[in-house]
Design a protein around this ligand. Structure first.
Ligand code: V47
Length: 372
């Protein structure tokens, strides 16, 4: 292809991308160090269109955060509260089930369920919560509990990770979200989330889950105190595990939101950084099928542009997001289906509603008459 890139480090990377060759850690660093965002995005778009053509996926989901009580006091987090904090909340089982059915429930194909590390909730409670959701909403996929939560359950319930997962799966858990990975580098992790499992433990829980047939997502939290080497290291470690298990479905880069956290002094990420993280992920994670531009985190405007910079997914209607909004996100709590369709179509992409496993969900536009 006869294309002139401003940055002389990039044409050899383009040559690899065109041949479908795997990029190295050095290539990843060169991409992060380049300010030729259009060139990086152009390369990512080549890969994205090779994999997914013109399609952008979205889903209709609902987030449920049963508790914000958390024994960890991560500096990155504005959501978790101590158990005795009068502002902390823990839903009853009835509340979880009731809340799950609020709003646009008839269209929802997925519940995304995560919460704090609560020191008193029992394994039976979690299982009953899942079983009750499955009973009431048998068609809804339960994407529940991060690797961090599962590792904590294993410690607290004195069970091997495999046994925890077996019980949750038997109760109705269908797959796992990608949160809690943050940045694997230990130096950074000790500062931003000292009380969490380390990077190797996060990867080990994912390995066990994948080997038991559970699919999961994966994430990276960027825009705090990490550097370019830390980001490339994180992507390389995810890629290595994916070579082994093939269990990651979607990667979601998460921009750090500093408001109301002990890291409040850290400046917010820019649109430039958000797009670069999407594009570099698409280029480096050649074995992860989907890259999601999570609109709640990067705003609908940037998530829309990201559909031309490597992303093929924009997440969903969400409804009632807490973790980012507690940390100052000024995006709305949910997007209507019609708004998502407009964003995607304006980016020149074909919107495809998917379920959690990326099967197409067919609906007539009329089915949403009362929802849009
Ligand atoms: O684990 C916490 C991050 C994650 C902050 O799997 C923060 O489909 C920014 O994992 N600023 C939760 N980030 C969100 C998450 C997610 C979101 C959407 C889809 C999926 C999926 C997963 O948010 C946490 C942590 O990494 N986080 N606090 C903060 N102040």
């Amino acid at each position: 292809m006869n294309i002139q890139y401003e940055d002389r480090r990039l044409p050899p990377i383009l040559a690899k991308v065109e041949k479908g060759e795997r990029l190295s850690a050095e290539d990843g660093l060169a991409l992060y160090r380049s300010s030729d965002l259009l060139a990086v995005g152009h390369m990512a778009n080549i890969v994205r269109e090779r994999l997914h053509g013109n399609v952008t996926y979205f889903n209709v989901n609902r987030h449920i955060n049963p508790t914000d009580v958390c024994v960890a006091s991560c500096k990155l987090c504005a959501f978790g509260k101590r158990v005795r904090d009068p502002k902390a909340y823990t839903m009853s089982l009835e509340e979880v089930w009731q809340r799950a059915g609020h709003g646009w429930s008839e269209a929802v194909t997925e519940f995304h369920i995560v919460g704090g590390l609560h020191p008193e909730i029992t394994v039976d409670w979690y299982c009953e919560m899942l079983a009750g959701l499955k009973q009431r909403f048998p068609k809804v996929h339960l994407k529940a509990f991060t690797m961090v939560e599962v590792a904590y359950f294993a410690k607290r319930f004195k069970m091997p990770v495999e046994e925890v997962l077996r019980r949750l799966k038997a109760a109705g858990m269908d797959s796992m979200p990608g949160g809690g990975a943050e940045i694997f580098n230990e130096r950074v992790r000790r500062i931003i989330c000292d009380h969490k499992i380390d990077g190797n433990e996060w990867l080990e829980v994912a390995r066990v889950a994948h080997k038991m047939g559970l699919k999961s997502n994966c994430t990276m939290l960027y825009g705090h105190i990490e550097n370019e080497e830390d980001r490339v290291d994180h992507l390389m470690r995810l890629r290595a595990l994916q070579d082994e298990t093939g269990g990651f479905v979607t990667y979601i880069p998460l921009a750090f939101h500093p408001d109301h956290t002990p890291l409040e002094h850290v400046p917010k990420t820019t649109g430039f950084a958000d797009l670069k993280n999407i594009a570099i992920a698409r280029l480096m994670l050649d074995n992860v099928p989907h890259i999601k531009a999570y609109w709640v985190m990067m705003t609908p405007k940037i998530a829309q542009v990201a559909q031309r910079f490597g992303a093929d997914d924009i997440d969903g209607t969400v409804v009632e997001e807490r973790i980012y909004h507690d940390a100052g996100a000024d995006t709305s709590q949910g997007l209507r289906r019609s708004e998502l369709l407009r964003l995607i179509r304006e980016a020149g992409r074909e919107p495809v509603e998917r379920d959690t496993a990326y099967n197409r969900v067919e609906r007539s536009e009329n089915a949403f008459a009362i929802l849009v």
